[in-house]
Design a protein around this ligand. Structure first.
Ligand code: M6R
Length: 358
């Protein structure tokens, strides 16, 4: 069942090249093929929401970012547990997109039902065939991650990212927007399975870096722009399986408070894959080093600092896709930290695979 791996999480991490390919199969040719979305033009809606929980919420933040970059219209991303009780306008001119691996998460499902009652158009992205979410939504699209057994989501997340990436291109084009570098983006999206494969080969490096947390109770993740989405997910992964307290911050927010926590030996995991803001992030990292932090930097080619001892590079790829290889490294980092601490990687305490209570 575990295909020779000790844990489901490790097996599922290694399945990512395959399931990403499966999720993209038939959906990207020279352009994006998503007939379900053919009639959807965001200009027809007054409000567009992305609604989800946990890791699926992070995937939704990614889609929100792409939407903001490519289209001149606001897309609001809200955790389902907040959306339900907040006074968000929902009516017949609302498009609500729900993202959920299981399709059974109580808050996500309740938010969908509320949107249906108020006459919104609903779109569900689910990994489980015929899930409640999939059955209820007006339009359903599936990720093809296959069964995810480990509580910590890995392959479901990366398949959500690639599906959402393709979907946002399609929605932008439907709305008449010019997607900058669209050919490169689509080309690199097709390459993602190979890029992920290459990252999984860095397992030993991340295993070694994970030892830094052996005697630590805290870890701080920092990044800017799209890197911030990846550090949110990296921190969630680390805390849920290793019980190390992990916080993610916008790198630029460090000096507004969090830097007070940085001390001799504090572990900081930094992402710098976005060229325009990378020099700023590097300077934030150097400020933490000056206070004694031990830094691990995940970076894109061409970004450099002599002051950072531990650096790992992702392959050259469109910057809007760089979060995917970075995420693979962060998954490995969380996995090996948890293993090192003797935690039950597949079934962490207090957590259920599917949160069907509110
Ligand atoms: O099944 P869903 O995608 O709706 O689940 C949402 C979250 O409960 C889930 O992503 C959770 O955060 C994971 N354990 C994270 O690894």
């Amino acid at each position: 069942q575990k295909n020779g791996y000790d844990t489901f999480m490790q097996k599922e991490m290694h399945e990512q090249p395959y399931v990403i390919r499966e999720t993209l199969r038939g959906r990207i040719e020279d352009s994006i093929v998503m007939p379900e979305l053919d009639g959807i033009d965001l200009r027809d809606y007054d409000h567009v929401y992305l609604i989800a929980c946990g890791t699926a919420y992070h995937a939704s933040l990614y889609a929100q970012y792409l939407g903001r970059e490519w289209m001149d219209m606001p897309i609001t991303c809200v955790p389902a547990s907040e959306f339900r009780y907040g006074n968000y306008p929902v009516n017949a001119k609302t498009l609500a997109i729900f993202v959920s691996q299981s399709g059974e998460t109580a808050d996500t499902l309740a938010a969908l039902k509320m949107c249906l009652r108020k006459g919104a158009t609903t779109l569900a992205i689910s990994n489980v065939l015929d899930s409640s979410l999939a059955r209820l939504a007006d339009i359903t699209m599936y990720t093809c991650a296959g069964p995810e057994i480990a509580v910590a989501s890995t392959k479901a997340y990366t398949t959500q990212l690639v599906l959402l990436a393709a979907m946002m291109v399609k929605l932008a084009q439907n709305a008449g927007a010019q997607v900058r570098d669209v050919e490169t983006f689509i080309h690199d999206l097709k390459e993602i399975p190979n890029v992920v494969e290459a990252m999984l080969e860095q397992e030993n490096v991340m295993e070694r870096y994970a030892r830094l947390l052996q005697d630590q109770r805290d870890a701080y993740f920092i990044g800017r722009q799209l890197d911030y989405v990846s550090v949110l997910e990296g921190a969630l992964k680390l805390k849920e399986i290793s019980y190390v307290h992990a916080d993610a911050y916008y790198a630029g927010e460090l000096k507004h408070g969090p830097i007070a926590l940085i001390d001799e030996g504090t572990v900081v995991i930094a992402l710098a894959t976005q060229k325009e803001v990378a020099p700023k992030t590097i300077s934030n990292i150097e400020e933490t080093i000056a206070r004694g932090a031990k830094v691990i930097l995940i970076k894109a080619p061409g970004i450099h600092s002599d002051k950072i001892e531990r650096q790992i590079e992702i392959p050259a790829i469109h910057p809007y896709l760089a979060g995917i290889p970075a995420t693979i490294l962060l998954q490995l980092f969380a996995f090996y930290t948890a293993k090192e601490k003797g935690c039950n990687v597949d079934q962490p305490r207090n957590l259920a695979k599917s949160v069907t209570v509110e």
